[in-house]
Write a protein that binds this ligand. Structure first.
Ligand SMILES: Cc1cc2nc3c(=O)[nH]c(=O)nc-3n(C[C@H](O)[C@H](O)[C@H](O)COP(=O)(O)OP(=O)(O)OC[C@H]3O[C@@H](n4cnc5c(N)ncnc54)[C@H](O)[C@@H]3O)c2cc1C
Length: 290
């Protein structure tokens, strides 16, 4: 392991000050499940690690006036077990449940998953379908970013070196919106997604409204399939042809690649199947709520 300096931050301001002091040489760490791999293998790995995992204000899950707030350092296991998530955003549990194995979920955090910013991240699609945003703190103060703004490229976010994620918020109008997440990997556990997908939607008067479709592992960053969403808007909930068509349109919006895990052609097939199944599952969830 390469040598590094270790700083324990006791507050978000502490963490930001330490990051600003050390510049691009420093990085925040939470569960360290991703960063430790970088430190072992990358020559440009961080020289100063700022531990943010014990900062109380960036942990916890609560309902606020803005919506459902998940502290940045909340672990995947905490998400799976929390009653507010179970009640209002169960698709996040389906996503968290697929991350690595128990040990990874016990240590790995939601913010760590988003900031690592690999296209196959499992937290991204469900949060993006629910139009979640993140609150970020840096030396210049707070700012709010949508996930589409946060994700810039593979392993690249819009965060500045002194900035940390404080929390992730599902806006109040989407709390309880019916949503579904599905992942397809080469194994049931301990496998990165070949494709993952999430759909959130409302149903009014027997019609689909405000559908949101997000896809992972099929483009440089987790993406929305906005043409597919537009094709689904206002369609009857039992219009299976429209659902099939929206899933087919989602395929045309994605840019999957060939790699050692799967061909682009196979990924295109998975996008269509997973999008259709997520729409059906979200519709079933909406019907169940009634
Ligand atoms: C064996 C194994 C299996 C895995 N399987 C999966 C999987 O199936 N699906 C999946 O999506 N991921 C998987 N991962 C990746 C990883 O576990 C998750 O991405 C995890 O959520 C990362 O969280 P962490 O707290 O450990 O991040 P860390 O390693 O602590 O940090 C990761 C990155 O995020 C930054 N960071 C962390 N917190 C903040 C913050 N609050 N503000 C700003 N930057 C921050 C760090 O600086 C670093 O750049 C796996 C990892 C391992 C080792």
């Amino acid at each position: 392991l390469r040598p590094f300096e270790f700083v324990t931050a006791h507050s978000a301001e502490d963490a930001v000050a330490a990051l600003a002091q050390h510049g691009p040489d420093a990085k925040p760490i939470a569960g360290c499940t991703d960063l430790l791999v970088d430190i072992k293998h990358e020559t440009a790995a961080a020289k100063v690690l700022v531990d943010i995992s014990r900062i109380p204000e960036i942990r916890g899950i609560e309902m606020t006036g803005a919506g459902l707030r998940i502290g940045a350092a909340t672990t995947h296991t905490e998400i799976m077990e929390h009653p507010l998530i179970q009640k209002h955003a169960p698709a996040l549990i389906d996503a968290a449940h697929t991350v690595g194995a128990v040990q990874t979920r016990n240590l790995g955090t939601l913010a760590g998953n988003l900031v690592t910013c690999v296209p196959s991240m499992d937290s991204g699609p469900a949060l993006m379908a629910l139009e979640a945003y993140v609150n970020v703190l840096g030396v210049k103060g707070m700012r709010k970013l949508t996930l589409e703004e946060l994700f810039v490229g593979p392993r690249k976010t819009a965060l500045k070196p002194d900035e940390i994620l404080l929390d992730i918020v599902i806006p109040k109008e989407n709390v309880g919106k019916s949503a579904a997440f599905l992942k397809f990997g080469l194994r049931k556990g301990q496998a990165l997604a070949l494709v993952n997908a999430a759909v959130a939607l409302n149903v009014a008067g027997g019609k689909i409204t405000e559908p949101r479709i997000a896809l992972g592992a099929v483009a440089p960053v987790v993406m929305r399939a906005k043409k597919a969403e537009a094709a689904l808007e206002g369609k009857k909930t039992d219009d299976t042809a429209a659902i099939e068509k929206a899933a087919a349109i989602a395929v045309t919006e994605a840019k999957p690649i060939d790699d050692f895990r799967a061909s682009a052609e196979y990924r295109r097939h998975l996008i269509r199947v997973l999008t259709r199944r997520c729409i059906e599952a979200a519709l079933a969830g909406a019907a169940g709520k009634k």
